[in-house]
Design a protein around this ligand. Structure first.
Ligand SMILES: [Zn+2]
Length: 761
């Protein structure tokens, strides 16, 4: 199907409708003229699942083998391509002399030739922009369109000047470029790389910014970054609003010129902290976007492959599961270190893709340059793209089935996390997710603003050190518990307001059954997580003299049975901790299964003995709410410590607490050895289960180049709502019988190399 610009199709549709033709005749006519058929009424952004991008370099006009790439588009089953158009570098002869033409473009319209070829091949085209900086010539003509520091000197990135988002660069120049590109080539939409301008690290003091900030807020631009300063906070929020205005402005421009389905889509990061630094409001963007384009090309050692699945679910939680979120997936050596022209090991690239599929992300191979002396990267994506095409009905439009919702907040990342968001918000979040993955508990990230929606759908919410909550946010969480939901909150959750001011007590103190002792001190300490210290947690119920091992002669008698959250710690009275605690006062009726043991020396070993063996400072507070939901408040920052140290005991403790909160409401068990990430979804009449084999990657550094297969694993679906009979294993190409075991259903997979997708119906 050759898709034409939206506007001409719309004009024709209006013309035909005014001539009183029926819908069928309209469809037939449109079909003849190559326009959308009735069956294709679904707009391109709801049905273009498989993407590819050859990111053009300035010398590519001399060597771009279009015929070969067209064949490659077919081989990789593409439905859409991203083609470099303009911005920093133009690949077409722009009428605007300000737009820098690619050095070796000559008079050629390489972009236009590629769009024509793609449209002939029935592909959707996104014209790629990079609209945030320009060279010396441009800057000399319009110095007032560019960002400047307090002394008036321009901000630069390498030899380029960074344009200001409050200047006519964004309001006049770019709209003209977008309109020109639509007139010349009619792309279905636009992708824009670094669209959000200067990041949070710098304040732009240009006259546009000064005047606009003054007129909109009544204040002068902040002299420096100071999170305690109301002006700086206002500047942060003002910057977010401006990026959303830019999003809306660009979409108005391209819709006006290209028709109602022509979209401008800025790229977004997969990291909340990065989104904060770039003033990209995840919730605001997803509320207005029909499609999200993710620039999240490779894994970090810290996040692992599983982070791609996590991020896909996070985006869909706010975007909706009916919309698409393709992600640029590097076929070259992206990450640490980066080599643009070397191939990433295929196993590494494919696992990242498989993890993306598990999180509802659509594939998009990405290569830099149209010619490669390292040709290995051309083979990497082929099997993954073909797998996606063969099974895509199972990979989109799904609803996650989860036992735990992990709550995140961009506002808390900004105003509580400030310049230490990695320590304060990212690490606790990652540690929580890591514990869930390790325990094979199906989870879904939940935006703080979406909590009410998840009531009744997800039994447990986890708030990993979500420090900054507004009164309304606290009310949302309280409401979740009052409706029977269970809660795990850690660290400084709710100790601050949404603007980052310290509260006199936790905003959720009554829900936690715990209160701060000294608010001012707690507020200071909660912003400065201690470096790893030599501290421990004491299990409140001693094993006593019955335990295996030498005796000191001081052991108390065994103190009876332990709380289920301490399961598996049957031969220890202490756990390693490593953090510091805010002392809390506990309400009557709450249980304290862990207490704090303060630091003592590690070195020299002669001094390594507990000078204080026991305190009353709670490490964990448990209670049951009157409505039946369970609440666990973990003042000990075990989630952050798990992300930092990867200690088994920390993962096990978090998993135990989560299992106690989930109770009988765990939908899935995966039985078998290995490091396995599982994601369960519902579609009408069936379940879809992704199993990722992380066994290698979890125990070694990136990149992965070889994979050890998992032995077959047993899948137990606990009390599913329907009587499913078969499990079709899409990767193995087999179908297994599903057996009933009491109220549960069970089946077994085959060996799993990279991943398996089971369709249970
Ligand atoms: Zn400015």
């Amino acid at each position: 199907m050759n898709e034409r610009p939206c506007r001409s199709g719309d004009t024709r549709r209006r013309f035909l409708q005014t001539n009183l033709l029926g819908a069928a005749a309209l469809g037939a006519l449109e079909n003849r003229s190559g326009e959308a058929t009735p069956a294709d009424e679904t707009p391109w952004y709801r049905r273009t699942y498989r993407w590819g991008q050859t990111n053009i370099t300035e010398n590519d006009p001399l060597r771009y083998d279009i015929a070969w790439w067209r064949e490659y588009w077919k081989t990789t089953e593409l439905q859409g391509v991203i083609i470099n158009a303009g911005g920093i570098v133009a690949y077409y002869p722009s009428r605007d002399p300000l737009q820098h033409r690619a050095e070796f473009l000559g008079g050629r319209d390489l972009y236009g030739e590629l769009v024509k070829a793609a449209h002939e091949d029935g592909l959707v085209v996104l014209a790629r922009m990079d609209s945030n900086r320009a060279g010396e010539d441009f800057y000399r003509k319009h110095p007032d369109w560019f960002t400047v520091d307090a002394s008036g000197a321009p901000y630069r990135a390498a030899d380029k000047y960074i344009s200001c988002i409050n200047s006519p660069y964004y309001e006049e120049y770019l709209p003209d470029v977008l309109r020109e590109i639509i007139e010349r080539s009619h792309p279905e939409g636009f992708a824009d790389n670094s669209w959000s301008g200067l990041s949070r690290d710098h304040v732009c003091y240009c006259s546009n910014c000064s005047q606009r900030f003054q007129s909109q807020t009544g204040r002068k631009l902040p002299a420096r970054a100071n999170w305690d300063d109301a002006t700086y906070r206002e500047w942060i929020r003002w910057n977010y609003r401006r990026r959303l205005e830019i999003w809306d402005l660009n979409n108005r421009v391209v819709r006006q010129a290209g028709g109602p389905h022509c979209l401008w889509i800025g790229m977004n990061s997969g990291s909340i902290a990065n989104q904060c630094i770039d003033f990209r409001d995840n919730n605001g963007i997803c509320q207005r976007a029909e499609m999200i384009l993710l620039d999240h090309q490779a894994r970090s050692n810290a996040g692992g492959f599983q982070q791609n699945a996590e991020m896909g679910k996070l985006i869909h939680n706010i975007l909706g599961w009916d919309k698409l979120a393709p992600e640029s997936m590097a076929m070259y050596q992206a990450g640490q270190p980066t080599f643009r022209l070397s191939s990433k090991p295929a196993a590494e690239a494919r696992m990242w893709m498989a993890a993306g599929f598990a999180g509802g992300i659509q594939p998009w191979w990405h290569m830099i340059s149209a010619y490669h002396e390292d040709r290995r990267m051309h083979r990497t994506a082929i099997p993954m793209m073909q797998f996606y095409k063969a099974h895509e009905e199972f990979l989109v439009n799904r609803t996650p089935v989860a036992a735990v919702g992990v709550v995140w907040s961009q506002e808390s990342t900004d105003f509580y996390g400030r310049d230490r968001a990695n320590d304060l918000t990212e690490l606790p979040y990652r540690g929580m997710v890591q514990a869930l993955v390790r325990a094979r508990i199906p989870y879904v990230p939940v935006s703080l603003k979406n909590i009410e929606r998840e009531s009744g759908r997800i039994p447990v919410l986890a708030l990993p050190n979500v420090g900054g909550l507004s009164d309304a946010d606290c009310e949302r969480v309280r409401g979740f518990v009052e409706r029977g939901g269970s809660l795990l909150a850690t660290g400084c959750t709710s100790l601050y307001t949404e603007s980052g001011d310290t509260r006199p007590d936790y905003g959720l103190a009554r829900v936690f059954g715990a209160h701060v002792m000294d608010a001012a001190e707690a507020g200071r300490a909660g912003r400065k997580p201690e470096p790893m210290a030599h501290t421990y947690l004491r299990l409140s119920t001693s094993l006593g003299a019955k335990a295996y091992g030498p005796k000191s002669g001081k052991e108390p008698a065994a103190e009876g049975s332990r709380h289920p959250v301490l399961a598996g710690f049957d031969e220890t009275d202490i756990l390693p901790f490593g953090g510091a605690l805010l002392p809390v006062r506990v309400d009557a009726g709450a249980t304290v299964p862990l207490t704090y043991i303060p630091p003592f020396p590690i070195y020299p070993p002669e001094t390594s003995w507990m000078q204080t063996e026991r305190t009353e400072i709670p490490g964990l507070v448990l209670r049951t709410a009157p409505q039946g939901g369970r609440v666990a408040f973990l003042p000990a920052d075990i989630d952050r410590r798990f992300a930092q140290g990867n200690l088994t005991d920390h993962g096990t403790l978090l998993a135990n607490i989560l299992h106690w909160l989930i109770g009988e409401r765990l939908p899935l068990r995966v039985v078998g050895s290995g490091f396995i990430d599982c994601h369960l979804y519902e579609q009408p009449g069936r379940l879809v289960l992704h199993i990722l084999n992380l066994t290698n990657s979890g125990s070694w550094r990136a990149p992965l180049d070889d994979q050890v297969p998992l032995h077959p694993v047993r899948i137990v679906l606990r009390q599913p709502g329907a009587a499913y009979g078969t499990a079709r294993l899409l990767v193995a190409g087999q179908t297994q019988r599903v057996l009933r075991n009491g109220p549960d259903l069970e089946f077994e997979t085959g060996p799993i190399l990279e991943h398996e997708v089971a369709v249970i119906s």
